[in-house]
Structures are given as C-alpha cells and as structure tokens.
Design a protein around this ligand. Structure first.
Ligand SMILES: [Fe+2]
Length: 143
C-alpha cells in the first residue's frame, strides 16, 4: 500500500452521508501516515478517535433502523478498530513511540472494512429499503 490512499469510486457505497464520513476517515489515516511531529500525531489520533466514534454510532444506528442482520458482528468489528485507535492514543500519551506499522495497520483495517463489511451493509440497505422508499429518509438524518 502506498503512503497515500486515494479515495476511489470502489470505496463508495452510494450512501451520501456515510460515504462522506468514510472519506474523512480515509483522509485522517492518510494524515496519520504522513505526519512527522509528535504534537501533530496526537492531534490526528484525537481527531481519528472522535470521527471514528461519531461515524460508527451513526452507521450502527442506520443498521439498527434498517434491520440489518449483521449488526452484532459489524459492531464487534467496529469495537476492534476503536481499541486499536485508543491503544495508539494511549501509547502516544504515555510517551511511547507509535511506529509506522501501527499507522499502516490502522489504515489497512479501514480499507478492508470499507471494501468488505460496509459494502455488505450498503448492498443490504439498497436491496431492502429501496422498494419501500425509506433509504432516502434513513440517509437524510445523516446529511
Ligand atoms: Fe462499518
């Protein structure tokens, strides 16, 4: 994986607000891999933790509202990522060196999650809710 992950149509689910949040997380993980200063790293890890929690909460709510059967497994996957980010923050806060491979792992988890788990949900949402016309209503809340 090169140092910068370009956002591409393959990463889009076609779900407006969710795609915007995913794009923001990808940009933050890019910043994480490019940053050079200790303070900057702290700021990016804080922002990543904040945006991750907000995004996961909204995505999980959307899953619950739409009756997505994979919610529990998806939540467990989200929690594993949150633990990875908070572990990096804790180590950074304790003055430990957070190496580049930790940042790379954070980014590869995100890409893998977008390409597989979130795509499953996107497909479910479109298939299940489009006939009833509720997808627009569900997504409007995120706009
Ligand atoms: Fe997700």
């Amino acid at each position: 994986m090169s140092a910068i992950l370009e956002w591409s149509p393959e990463l889009e689910l076609g779900l407006g607000g969710i795609d915007d949040q995913h794009r923001q997380l990808v940009e933050l993980t890019n910043a994480l891999r490019m940053c050079i200063g200790r303070e900057e790293l702290g700021r990016i890890l804080d922002a990543l933790a904040h945006h991750t929690e907000t995004h996961f909460r909204e995505e999980e709510q959307l899953m619950a509202d739409s009756g997505f059967p994979g919610l529990a497994a998806h939540q467990a996957n989200h929690r594993a990522f949150s633990r990875r980010v908070s572990d990096a923050r804790r180590r950074h806060g304790a003055g430990e060196w957070v190496d580049i491979s930790s940042m790379r792992l954070i980014q590869s988890w995100l890409v893998e999650h977008l390409e597989r788990a979130d795509r499953e949900f996107g497909a479910f949402l479109v298939a299940e809710t489009r006939p009833r016309g509720t997808i627009a209503r569900l997504l409007r809340r995120l706009a």
